[in-house]
Design a protein around this ligand. Structure first.
Ligand code: KG4
Ligand code: ZN
Length: 333
């Protein structure tokens, strides 16, 4: 039987609702970005984020159902990201999902937002996840390498020890006076300018583990900026910076794939919307004969569609939660 479900993601600063039929027939996927609400503060203000989620979540659910052309009565399950993220933001989505599950008498499915990111790659008809696989997740706050052997069976094999790659790109963009989101602005330079030969650091690239550390690269970029004032070609500098980031991400992902003996990799998370990173991974996967799962840009940044896709797999496997499901701000497996 083909089921239909609704998924809610309010883990950080985007309110996102998706309606999914089966495993990848996306009937609606609406995301309201709070980007402009927080811009003047230079970062997301948690209390403001949760209030904003609260204001928009009900109208957004109604709109998503209207776009899907169904009513509440057609829903077989409701899924919600309950970790990790901002506590107040998660609570808005979680309380809404619980109310829907209770009032419609349908199962509630708790989703780990991080585990959901790679499922974005299954939304465009690529079929099944080719297990075993190594996932690189380059979200704003986390850079992670995950080894997955089956649905729901995965472990973190590498993580950012300080700044995540996306966070580093955002901070470097700010240092060089670029608009937010920094990853997008830096990517524009990486796509249009030749990298100069600056030898910026490629942190931990030669270490025999899969962890990441991008704060040293950020500091090197700040020092470069302070030393050279405005006497350099911004395009050459930022393009070289992003090549360093890409070198580390590609190298570590391919090494993790080799170490774990897998023939497939995926890349997801906001920074994966970068066109340059996509090029680099496409070339690297082809050269090493690896299968690459890489979602289109709109499914790389935070969205409820990926949450719905994982939820459909969990529902089929009978992995549902109950109304005691809690909000968990920290990353856990
Ligand atoms: O996954 P995400 O949307 O939010 C979190 O879960 O944190 O990731 C946000 C990151 C930021 O670092 C932002 O600069 C980057 O994704 N980003 C992009 C693009 N859009 C957002 N990076 C490169 N190209 C883009 N088009
Ligand atoms: Zn995310």
């Amino acid at each position: 039987m083909t089921t239909t479900g609704i998924a809610i993601d309010t883990t950080f600063d985007d309110t996102s609702i998706a309606v999914l039929r089966g495993r990848n027939d996306l009937l609606a996927n609406l995301t309201l970005s709070q980007f402009n609400d927080h811009a003047i503060f230079g970062g997301v203000v948690p209390e403001r984020a949760s209030r904003r989620h609260l204001e928009v979540i009900h109208p957004l659910i109604r709109r998503a159902l209207a776009e899907a052309g169904i009513g509440f009565d057609a829903l077989d399950w409701v899924a919600v990201s309950h970790k990790p993220g901002l506590m107040g933001s998660i609570l808005v989505g979680l309380a809404t999902a619980k109310a829907l599950a209770f009032s419609l008498d349908i199962p509630l499915i708790g989703i780990n937002h991080i585990e959901a990111h790679p499922y974005a790659g299954l939304l465009t008809g690529t079929g099944e996840m080719p297990f075993p696989i190594v996932h690189l997740i380059v979200a704003g706050g986390h850079t992670l390498l995950i080894h997955q052997t089956a649905h729901f069976s995965w472990s973190i094999v590498g993580r950012s020890l300080d700044d995540a790659a996306g966070e580093c790109a955002d901070k470097v963009a700010r240092i060089f006076g670029l608009p937010m989101p920094g990853g997008k602005a830096v990517d524009e330079y990486a796509m249009t300018c030749r990298p100069g030969s600056f030898n910026f650091p490629k942190p931990l690239i030669h270490q025999d583990n899969f962890d990441f550390s991008f704060s040293g690269l950020k500091t090197a970029m700040r020092q470069f900026r302070d030393k050279h004032a405005d006497t350099f070609d911004k395009g050459e500098v930022l393009s070289a910076f992003f090549e360093s980031v890409c070198d580390v991400l590609v190298h570590k992902t391919l090494s993790a794939a080799e170490r774990h003996g897998v023939r497939a990799i995926s890349v997801s998370g906001g920074l994966a919307a970068s066109r340059r990173l996509r090029q680099r991974f496409t070339d690297a996967a082809e050269a090493s004969g690896l299968r690459l799962i890489y979602p289109p840009p709109q499914f790389c940044t935070d969205n409820a569609a990926m949450v719905a896709c994982l939820a459909a797999h969990k529902f089929e496997a009978g992995r549902v939660s109950d109304l005691r499901l809690t909000a968990e701000p920290n990353l856990s497996e």
